[in-house]
Design a protein around this ligand. Sequence first.
Ligand code: SF4
Ligand code: FE
Length: 484
Amino acid sequence: MPLMTSQQYVESLAKMKRNIWFQGEKIEDPISHPMLIPSRKCLEETYNMALMPEYEDLLTATSHLTGRRINRFNHIHQNREDLNKKVKLQRLMGQRTGSCFQRCVIMDMANAFYSTTYEIDEKYGTEYFERFKQYITYCQEEDLIVAGALTDVKGSRGSKIGSDEQDKDLYVHVVERRPDGVVVNGAKAHLTGITNAHDVVVLPTQAMTPGQEDYTIAFTLPLDTPGITMIVGRQSCDTRKLEPGADIDLGNANYGGIEALTVFDHVFVPNENIFLNGETEFAGMLVERFAGYHRNSYGGCKSGVGDVVIGAASLIAQYNGTEKASHVKDKLVEMTQLNEQLYCAGIASSAEGWQTKAGNYMVDLLLANVCKLNVTRYPYEIIRLMEDIAGGIMVTAPSEADLKSGEIGHYVEKYLVGCGVKAEERLRCLRLCENLALGTAAVGYRTESMHGAGSPQAQKVMITRQGNFERKKALAKRIAGIRG
Ligand code: SF4
Ligand code: FE
């Protein structure tokens, strides 16, 4: 059945014996652990909304492989309209969750693998394309969540690659080759949503050169494969989730993203799960295409969360009684302008998409990189303006326990009262602002805006490559009447 309910999704996860750690302890029951639930709730929404008629057009698509209705997060884009819908879907989900909702990586990776494996086969007569088609068909039919693993932990960042490292495990690589598959070692960092996924797809972290064949490996595995360990990253204010009855202080009690450092300790990968194996010249194409799709994605998801930030700023202005002040109105307009610019670049890079040799559609790489470079800047300004509007009380307000205290609660009620609302409403809104700016959502909004889908320098390198300065010089020469 290609569309699971969220309950079936949770049941399918519960059957897996995964090795997940938080604060030095193994999580014995990942389904009921409060650290993991908000992340899963985001993913559950991708199932719930796919079954709601009002969201069907964005949340689902018709598979070109089976002709069946599938979740769009597992779709291979067939035209520019699909690329547009991808960004619209991401904005919608950002608005719905106020968080990184974590399911986009497979959509972006799958489309990169689809076109790249086709071109590898064309050159080498390999069978990666058929293999990958079979895998993505399986993901579509089973409605799986698949995490993506790109970033190697690295040691001497930038100065050494793969086999040049003293500790070779700082890059995921093949340590043993067998007739039926390979054994890999290493670790990948920042793996979004992996603790609530069924499978992981692993690819090289960057372009590779001849001699780096063992580091040029891409494959998929179920996340309960022996030898895989997930270590959940700390987030600011994260252990508020562990407080009994925590609600108001969380700011966003239902949703949140999670990342994990994921270790592959002598993990066996069968041949049928391998999509790249030593073809060094294609590692760059795979990474560049995945990064292009994911940089386009940020125009959707970050503008969606930005809508929540603007909503929270607008609401707290109302509760603080400053809503009519002209400087507050001006700040809200500025936040909106910046946020819509992020979306514009996302949509533009979709609208200028092109068909690959394999038949699926790729976003415009220059515009997608400009989109992501904007994302490394504007959310910081949007958050700065929200903090300005919210006031210092955003970080000094008393806790939910104080509000509910039989002894001092009446003080909090009286002195935190809002303009036309009770202290509780004002506190809820302030905590949402705090969560977006400094709490768990900041991981998926602010800092992720900087480093997710590649740090700013990576976009500058691509913009340099895609900017076509020679053509622009020729335009200028022609107009200036310069010959030669
Ligand atoms: Fe999706 Fe955005 Fe999260 Fe990436 S950062 S997984 S594009 S929501
Ligand atoms: Fe991300």
